[in-house]
Design a protein around this ligand. Structure first.
Ligand code: SAM
Length: 206
């Protein structure tokens, strides 16, 4: 068996046997990632009834589903992804590349000057296979998300972002600390141990 088919078989086995994949199917979430946000929210109470938030890199939509449920009718969820996303009640969605000025402007028009309580960002670029390039692309998206959060959060607002540990991590944490009173790390159980992904939670925008 080729290495490629061995590793895709391993991936398929892991996926099929994955507890969170089963739970997501049962609970009606579009991705297992839902449980990462649910676990973080359980601890940090980021989303409550009435919370107004932006979800960057939202497709297929499990974080937006969770966010819309928790924010309720008085809250609002604004979501964006380069890929299409099926409709979710209570979520306003724009399809576009967050790196493009015109897409950012369209998203900002959708927000209509509403200050946000929270920005959540699970964006991850398509992996090219070149670790250095992938890491740099990932941090570029995270930097854009941080800029967006700083510009659109209310004072006291919070920002949750997925990053990959490695080059750029310390510098990114330092940039977050300049804009927020507290920066913490979160590694929810649904995030696979072997993945270098970790969530950074910046609380209380200055
Ligand atoms: C891990 S997935 C997000 C999963 C989502 N949180 C959920 O629960 O369904 C990462 C997303 O980032 C999006 N993404 C990557 N680069 C992007 C970009 N430049 N602009 C907008 N979205 C982007 C991808 O299309 C992908 O849907």
């Amino acid at each position: 068996m080729s290495v490629r088919s061995k590793s895709s078989k391993a991936w398929l086995n892991e996926h099929v046997n994955d507890h969170y994949v089963h739970m997501a199917q049962k609970d009606g979430y579009r991705a297992r990632a839902a449980y990462k946000l649910l676990e973080i929210n359980e601890k940090d109470k980021l989303i409550k009834p009435g919370t107004v938030l932006a979800d960057l890199g939202s497709a297929p939509g499990s974080w937006s589903q969770v966010a819309a449920e928790l924010a309720g009718e008085k809250g609002r969820v604004f979501a964006l992804d380069i890929l299409p996303m099926d409709e979710i009640q209570g979520v306003s969605f724009i399809q576009g590349d967050f790196r493009e000025e015109t897409v950012l402007a369209e998203f900002e028009a959708l927000l209509g000057n509403r200050p946000l309580d929270l920005v959540i960002c699970d964006m991850a670029p398509n992996m090219s296979g070149n670790a250095v390039t992938d890491q740099a692309r990932s941090y570029y998206l995270c930097e854009l998300a941080l800029d967006f959060a700083v510009n659109h959060l209310k004072p006291g607002g919070n920002f949750l972002v997925k990053v990959f540990q490695g080059a750029g991590y310390q510098e990114y944490m330092a940039a977050m600390r300049e804009a927020f009173a507290v920066v913490q790390t979160r590694k929810p159980q649904a995030s696979r141990n072997r993945s270098s992904e970790i969530y950074l939670l910046a609380k209380n925008k200055r």
